[in-house]
Ligand binder design. Structure first.
Ligand SMILES: [Zn+2]
Length: 232
């Protein structure tokens, strides 16, 4: 009983402190910069409502990948979230990612529970040292908490970095993404039904390169889960 009162008091204190901080340092929505938001949540109700209402893109297939599951189209509010998350390590965005992924999985759960493991797309050592975190691993962590499928993150390594793909055309991107990955112990992937995880799918070149290495290692099948998908 005592403990309960203590925790209630503590929670109330937290809420009062957050409200007070909001008054002193008002925060604006990360996307529209028009409406107020809270210290803990970076999007305003309007922007959040907008992305919750959006329909996810169709489930597609790609060369070495059976199904590509993507939560939302890479545009508007979602584009802001992915960019901030990827380049500024905005941990404040984690609750947004969690809500959207949960929303998507609650609707497609039946198609996503049959996987043996989640494999986040690895960053090269150089990029990881620069950024200090891998956004695909963070997304895989969220999927793991919801679907309870184990994450395997150290058996696939990125052997080369693809230079920035922004200025390349489609064929340039595909060529650029050849042989990017290597399995350390290929046997671990043998016979497994794998879901690879990335933040965004554009041409699918990077994900296909990853899937090719996994299939070469003996994986039974490879599908992909991404937070967003660009419209081409
Ligand atoms: Zn907003």
């Amino acid at each position: 009983m005592r403990k309960n009162i203590f925790f209630r008091g503590y929670a109330l204190f937290g809420k009062v402190t957050a409200a007070f901080l909001n008054m002193l340092f008002p925060e604006y929505c990360l996307h529209c910069s028009e409406n107020f938001t809270t210290v803990e949540f970076p999007l305003c109700d309007k922007c959040m409502e907008k992305i919750l209402k959006e329909a996810p893109p169709f489930i597609s297939a790609s060369r070495f990948i059976d199904s590509v599951f993507s939560c939302r189209v890479y545009q508007d509010v979602i584009r802001t979230c992915v960019r901030e998350f990827k380049y500024k390590n905005s941990v404040k965005l984690l609750p947004v990612f969690e809500i959207i992924i949960k929303d998507y999985l609650s609707k497609k759960n039946g198609r996503l529970i049959h996987f043996d493991m989640l494999v986040p797309i690895p960053l090269s050592k150089f990029k990881y040292n620069q950024r200090r975190y891998n956004q695909s691993e963070i997304i895989a962590g969220i999927v793991n908490r919801i679907l309870k499928i184990p994450v395997l993150k150290d058996n696939l390594v990125r052997v080369k970095d693809n230079p920035s793909q922004i200025t390349m055309d489609v064929s340039g991107r595909k060529k650029n993404a050849e042989n990017l990955f290597k399995a350390r112990q290929p046997d671990i992937f043998k016979g497994k039904v794998i879901l690879v995880i990335d933040d965004v799918i554009t041409t699918g070149a990077t994900l296909n390169s990853c899937a090719r290495e996994l299939l070469k290692s003996g994986a039974k099948s490879v599908s992909a889960f991404t937070f967003a998908k660009t419209l081409q």
